[in-house]
Design a protein around this ligand. Structure first.
Ligand SMILES: C[S@@+](CC[C@H](N)C(=O)[O-])C[C@H]1O[C@@H](n2cnc3c(N)ncnc32)[C@H](O)[C@@H]1O
Length: 264
């Protein structure tokens, strides 16, 4: 089957699952994709994918990534972020790599009313992969950055445009501590390691780094060796995703911290 036939089959399947998207096709690709994101968010919210008895963040990641892989039609397989973020309940989230905005839409849909998402993107980036092949992240000409993010979710969304190597560190310095980081920008060893290391410095104990496409470079494995942190990986339909958990403070050191705070 060639790529064009497989695209047509994917679109037909998506429309069969989400018939309310069909009238939006007449308004163009952006409108249809935004409607599809809204419909997927509604459908995922109705399904209680993860049992309330599971509270290990890495297990919640594994279940989210595995159980949503059937819901990836037409958009991409970042729908797993909705059940994951809903259960983890982070207050400050940073992501790199927005493109049309699928991950941003699912994260925003899952955040609480007072929580914020900070997204960084350098639109239409071309770069050389570690394999030596050239890669283009060009958006289709009829789509804009973040265009699938429903308008109702945009009030807690902060979009910063620029190379993550330039924009991420000042953003993290301004935010102080973050609860959750999602990498989906440039999948080279250099950029992935840079982002993981920067995010780690600012991640609170108990927080998570999630990365898309960990099989594109050795960065994830190298980072795991560096930190020795608990981690998990899941092969989804179109990508391999990884999660790293910053170990929570042991009860004794939490106690010591609060005693010190009382004394000062
Ligand atoms: C795979 S797409 C992101 C997909 C998105 N997370 C989603 O779920 O729809 C990667 C995006 O990262 C951007 N990008 C690539 N290299 C970057 C860099 N060094 N800094 C910031 N953004 C970058 C690309 O232009 C593209 O928009």
């Amino acid at each position: 089957m060639n790529a064009r036939t497989s695209n047509i089959i994917t679109i037909a399947r998506a429309l069969a699952h989400y018939p309310r998207v069909i009238p939006f096709l007449l308004r163009g690709r952006e409108a249809a994709n935004m409607k599809l994101a809204e419909e997927q968010i509604r459908r995922l919210r109705r399904r209680h994918l993860i049992s309330g008895s599971v509270d290990d963040p890495l297990e919640i990641f594994r279940l989210s990534a595995t159980l949503t892989s059937a819901d990836t039609a037409m958009l991409n397989d970042n729908a797993f972020l909705l059940p994951l973020v809903e259960r983890i309940k982070p207050a400050k989230v940073v992501e790199t790599g927005v493109s049309k905005g699928v991950s941003s839409a699912f994260i925003l849909a899952a955040l609480g009313a007072k929580d914020d998402l900070y997204s960084i993107d350098l639109p239409n980036k071309n770069y050389v992969l570690d394999s030596g092949a050239e890669w283009s992240d060009a958006l289709p000409s009829n789509m804009r950055i973040g265009s699938v993010v429903p308008h109702t979710l945009r009030n807690r969304w902060h979009l910063l445009l620029g190379d993550s190597r330039r924009v991420l560190s000042p953003l993290l310095d301004a935010l102080g501590e973050i609860d959750f980081f999602f990498h989906d920008s440039e999948h080279t060893l250099d950029c992935m390691l840079f982002e993981y290391r920067e995010a780690w410095k600012h991640l609170r104990p108990g927080g998570l780094i999630i990365s898309d496409d960990i099989d594109w470079s050795p960065a994830f494995d190298q980072f795991i060796r560096e930190t020795g942190a608990p981690h998990a990986r899941v092969k989804c339909r179109n990508s391999e995703k990884g999660a790293v958990l910053k170990p929570p403070l042991p009860a004794a050191s939490k106690l010591r911290k609060s005693c010190l705070a009382e004394r000062t």
